[in-house]
Write a protein that binds this ligand. Structure first.
Ligand code: FAD
Length: 655
């Protein structure tokens, strides 16, 4: 442990001593600005594909910092973590190292919408991410602040088209050149912090905002459209002053499930995991919120905040008279703090304390640091290509909160994709996109670049049309092979493991399809194992497995000679068998859409009242654009593949 700390200390000191003048003579392939969740994944991904990369961030010790909640994953977000991991990103492994309470959310629903989630130890998460980045070959990490971009005209004949050639450091510390630049400044771009009536410049408590030059350059020099969003964080509570006996105890899963496909177990032992507690707001909380609105500048602003993670003030104003959940979450194995999820607030600190003490479990609570809000600039993401490059600036990529998203997972997933493409551009390789049919990352990026954002964007499973195929369990099969063979961002060790898994799964499925469970001897064995009556006379092992009560382990105990070799994949085989018919249906639908590209859409079609399941947003887009063919409809921003299937079915029927 001591040796590890000394090595880390040495690495940190040598990174801090990197100066702009030391690296200025050197032209990098990629410069990443910002060491948050987007920046760390971008730097690591660019490095993995072979680009010489420089990560510049304001403070090295905040690399891997969790600005708000000490947790990772959940429904939709967990899928993103699995996909980042499948492409060899850091986030999943960091979660496995730092997790102190693992659970799968939505377990009562189908595995396609399960949400792997963990409470994290903040210190451990930072430690893991820093140790990975500071030891990566081809990656230099430098502490400093980027003040501006160096840009030139991409083509003197075409005004308005630029090319980025490097960055200019703050305080006249010099210029550094690169072929590609990825900006991941999170909540720091023209950031302002809010608490009560007080407003001060900042990107996060105790940290200055990005230098004004960067915002100015994006807006005025490059002509990009910027917007403003806000978010907030709760006060951190002193654990010893919380009365947990007055809250409901919530235990983690007995067997923690790792996020990473290459981990068989988590760092924290199952028995060492920490519990969470659940409590609720009271009418007293609502009273304090109402009485404090006039001294709460953040809540008075028109700027949009995160709808799905609102402050307690927004909840009270929007849903008066309701009781709201408050989760009391651990901040780490040895931390003396508690994070009250659901109580993000920006009123003056003395009123924060009064509000908290209105909750029975917090009647004598003390605050270590008060909650606060932040407002920041974001770049409207419709100005980006699907490979996250700014359309009007060659070599300039954006990822994370700067694109209008919220959340660590959303940031990391974009960072990874921007890093891959920034690296590819610098190495003169063509950029690549991910489709909505192959990943949640593809869904998110497509939503951002084709629809834009009006409020902080976060991932939900409902955003994906193909969620039965985009499951957390199969992210490796969807992405790891492509990640190695086409992108070059996946290690050969991970690739070999994914090939082994794919081989094992397909062999097991062939075995299941080839076995017919109809002979009286086998029926008897099935009955003995407690499996209810087989309905069909001829039923394959795969169809058998589609029965809710049948597990692969059961089949393997009856037919060990056939199935025992595949027992390590039991859960995955069961999920594959259940979902295969749905996925094949979806695939056929997609192929049908491709075949029917030239199908003419009736010119008088009334999209607004069409008797099919289309969202109001899709109806309006179709009504406005009135596409001639199905192919033209598929290319309209905001028209989802699911909507196209409904449209195709309707037009084919009425033809
Ligand atoms: P960040 O994690 O913000 O990282 C940006 C990095 O860039 C920082 O390290 C910064 O030092 C560096 N940087 C900035 N400018 C420069 C520069 N010019 N030069 C060099 N380095 C620079 N998310 C939720 O999902 N739910 C919430 O409730 C929530 N609440 C939040 C509350 C607060 C107060 C804050 C600050 C964040 C909150 N978040 C929340 C957001 C979450 O932290 C982000 O979504 C996530 O961290 C974004 O990752 P990122 O990499 O884009 O940016």
């Amino acid at each position: 442990q001591l040796r590890r700390l000394l090595v880390r200390h040495h690495l940190l000191s040598s990174c801090r001593s990197q100066r702009a003048s030391d690296v200025a003579h050197h032209k990098y392939d990629v410069i990443v600005v910002g060491g948050g969740h987007a920046g760390t994944e971008a730097a690591a991904a660019a490095t993995r594909i072979g680009a010489e990369t420089l990560l510049i961030t304001q403070k090295i010790e905040t690399i891997g910092a969790l600005s708000c909640n000490p947790s990772l994953g959940g429904v939709g977000k967990g899928q993103l973590v699995k996909e980042v991991d499948a492409l060899d990103g850091l986030m999943g492994r960091a979660g496995d190292y730092a997790g102190v309470h693992f659970s799968i959310l939505n377990r009562s629903k189908g595995p396609a919408v399960w949400g792997p989630r963990a409470q994290l130890d903040r210190g451990r998460y930072r430690e893991f991410v820093q140790s990975q980045l500071l030891n990566m070959p081809r990656l230099t990490v430098m502490e400093g602040s980027v003040d501006d971009l160096i840009v030139s005209a991409a083509d003197p004949e075409k005004p308005g088209k630029h090319r980025v050639t490097g960055v200019r450091m703050a305080d006249g510390a010099g210029e550094i050149l690169a072929s590609s630049v990825v900006i991941t400044t999170g909540t720091f771009l023209s950031g302002s912090l809010f608490m009560g009536r007080t407003t001060s410049p900042g990107g996060r408590m105790g940290e200055p905002p990005s230098c004004a030059g960067l915002s100015h350059s994006l807006r005025e020099v490059l002509g990009l459209k910027l917007g403003r969003l806000r978010t907030g964080t709760p006060p951190r509570l002193i654990k010893d002053t919380v009365d947990f006996s007055l809250a409901e105890l919530h235990l983690p899963d007995l067997r923690p499930t790792p996020f990473s496909f290459i981990n068989t177990h988590t760092h924290c032992k199952p028995e060492d995991q920490l519990p969470c507690h659940l409590t609720y707001t009271t009418p007293g909380v609502e009273k304090v919120v109402r009485e404090s609105l006039h001294v709460n500048s953040h809540i008075q602003q028109d700027t949009k905040g995160p709808r799905y993670c609102p402050s307690i003030e927004s909840r009270v104003v929007r849903f008066p008279g309701r009781q709201h959940q408050v989760w009391l979450e651990p901040e780490g194995l040895t931390s003396d703090l508690v994070y009250p999820q659901g109580l993000s607030m920006t009123m003056p600190p003395e009123l924060q304390l009064r509000l908290l003490r209105e909750i029975p479990a917090l009647h004598r609570v003390e605050i270590r640091t008060p909650g606060y809000g932040v407002q920041y600039d974001f770049v409207c993401p419709m100005q980006l290509f699907p490979w996250l490059q700014v359309k009007c600036v060659q070599g300039l990529f954006l990822a994370g909160q700067i694109n209008g998203t919220t959340g660590y997972e959303e940031a990391a997933a974009q960072g990874l994709w921007a890093g891959v493409n920034a690296g590819r551009t610098a190495l003169s390789l063509p950029p690549l996109s991910l489709s909505r049919t192959e990943s949640y990352i593809g869904v998110m990026i497509d939503d951002l670049v084709s629809r834009g954002v009006t409020e902080p964007y976060r991932m939900f499973t409902s955003r994906a049309e193909f969620r039965t195929s985009l499951r957390p369990d199969n992210a490796d099969l969807r992405l790891t092979l492509r990640g190695f063979e086409e992108l070059g961002c996946v290690s050969s060790q991970r690739y070999s493991e994914a090939l082994r898994v794919r081989h094992g799964l397909s062999e097991a499925l062939v075995a299941l399809q080839s076995v017919t469970l109809s002979s009286p001897r086998w029926r008897e064995k099935l009955r003995d194992a407690g499996i209810s009556e087989v309905k069909s006379t001829l039923i394959s092992g795969e169809e058998m497995l589609q029965h809710k009560e049948v597990s692969f382990e059961m089949l393997a105990s009856i037919f060990p000679e056939i199935f025992a070799p595949y027992l390590e994949f039991s859960q995955r085989i069961k999920i594959e068998a259940v979902y295969r018919p749905h996925c094949e249906n979806q695939k056929r639908e997609m192929e049908r859409i491709q075949e029917e590209e030239s199908l003419t859409l009736p010119p008088d079609i009334d999209y607004l009242s069409l008797p099919v399941s289309l969202s109001d947003e899709v109806r309006e887009v179709l009504d406005r654009a009135r596409p001639d063919t199905l192919g033209a409809a598929t290319r309209l921003p905001g028209v989802t593949p699911a909507a196209i299937v409904h449209l195709l079915n309707y037009v084919s029927k009425t033809e």
